[in-house]
Design a protein around this ligand. Structure first.
Ligand SMILES: NC(=O)c1ccc[n+]([C@@H]2O[C@H](COP(=O)([O-])OP(=O)(O)OC[C@H]3O[C@@H](n4cnc5c(N)ncnc54)[C@H](O)[C@@H]3O)[C@@H](O)[C@H]2O)c1
Length: 327
């Protein structure tokens, strides 16, 4: 059985990835410092609690296991925090990743799947964003991801590794069969925030800006179900291990929804009025961010299948733990 090191595997997306790997016959081994992850999100896999920037720990790990690939989900992910605390982002997302990459090179582990983001594109110049869109990130979070992309490409140029760089748009939903859910602390993502209002955890949802040039004035984003994301990762892994070719690929649906559209769906599903408050626009929030998902389809014959209603419904059911541990 091939072992895969899942760095950040106790986090939202990484922990969802574990069962996909197991079902496909791989053995995931998780490295996570639990800074934002959750121990109980790691189901049926070994968890090593530690930092990807800890060279001595990585020595031990790479000596104990022969990994076929590394899936790198770890990082700090809050755009607004990255503006106020840039060093935290460059230290964790870039410097700690460099230690991980250094150890991969030292131990000859040469397949990497890296979680990048649509934030590397910055302000969109086209309605649908292809991978060829200019890269002009407008905040330290996006810049930290772009720096890592560049480092990975430079290493690959020297034959050190092969990579799949996956630029996610907005991950949403949950694997309801496994009783998993999105548990960011603090939560900054729209769908879980909206659902917290329906659960009585928050009084209302703040909408940042209602006069954008979009269908209803609110920001439009491309939401992709976390299960779809994981399936795409599996395609990327198999492709990387067999074809040994690099790829940089968007992971999105190719359809955008405005904040008000998401709210409408959430109101229907939760049967809650979910009051909203309109606030000032946030600096660096583009009006619309929607993926052109064609390359993923051309490369792996894969496209996302879940729609917004499924994402909100799964997130809602998971957040209420209605079907926790259902198999
Ligand atoms: N959630 C999204 O919508 C989204 C969108 C685009 C890109 N991404 C990227 O996907 C990845 C996963 O996102 P997520 O939503 O699951 O975030 P998350 O915060 O839930 O998971 C990140 C995990 O990494 C761990 N971690 C952080 N720094 C670490 C370090 N130095 N060493 C070891 N572990 C460390 C955390 O404890 C956490 O478990 C991130 O890299 C993020 O930038 C996410």
């Amino acid at each position: 059985m091939q072992s895969i090191l899942v760095v950040g595997g106790a986090g939202y997306i990484g922990s969802h990835m574990l069962s996909h790997l197991q079902n496909a016959g791989y053995q995931p081994i998780v490295l996570d410092n639990l800074s934002t992850g959750h121990r109980d999100a790691v189901i049926n896999a070994e968890l090593i609690v530690g930092d990807m920037g800890d060279a001595a720990l990585l020595d031990q790990l790479f000596q104990q296991h022969r990994f076929s690939a590394v899936m790198h989900f770890a990082g700090c992910i809050e755009v607004q925090e990255s503006v106020t605390h840039p060093l935290k982002y460059y230290k964790n997302n870039v410097a700690a990743t460099m230690t991980l990459l250094e150890k991969m090179q030292q131990y000859d582990v040469n397949h990497l799947i890296f979680s990048s983001t649509a934030a590397v594109y910055g302000e969109p110049q086209t309605a649908l964003i292809t991978e060829k869109h200019p890269l002009n990130p407008v905040n330290p979070y996006g810049r930290s991801k772009l720096m890592v992309e560049q480092i990975i490409k430079d290493m690959s140029e020297q034959g050190i590794l092969k990579y799949a760089i996956l630029r996610y748009f907005n991950a949403a939903g949950a694997d309801k069969k496994k009783g998993m859910k999105e548990r960011h602390q603090p939560e900054t993502h729209l769908i879980p925030l909206i659902l917290q209002v329906a659960q009585g955890i928050r009084e209302n949802i703040t909408i940042f800006g209602a006069d954008y040039p979009t269908i209803d004035g609110t920001c439009v984003r491309d939401y992709i179900h976390v299960t779809d994301l994981c399936e795409a990762h599996l395609h990327a892994l198999i492709w990387l291990l067999t074809k040994k070719q690099n790829v940089v690929c968007n992971l999105g649906v190719g359809r955008g929804y405005s904040v008000l559209e998401v709210l409408k769906v959430a109101r229907e599903i939760t049967a809650h009025s979910i009051p909203m408050v309109v606030s000032e626009k946030r600096p660096g929030d583009p009006a619309s961010l929607v993926a052109d998902p064609l390359l993923a389809y051309e490369t792996w014959g894969w496209k996302a299948s879940a729609d917004l209603e499924m994402m909100v419904r799964d997130a809602w059911e998971a957040s209420r733990e209605l079907i926790k541990n259902e198999v």
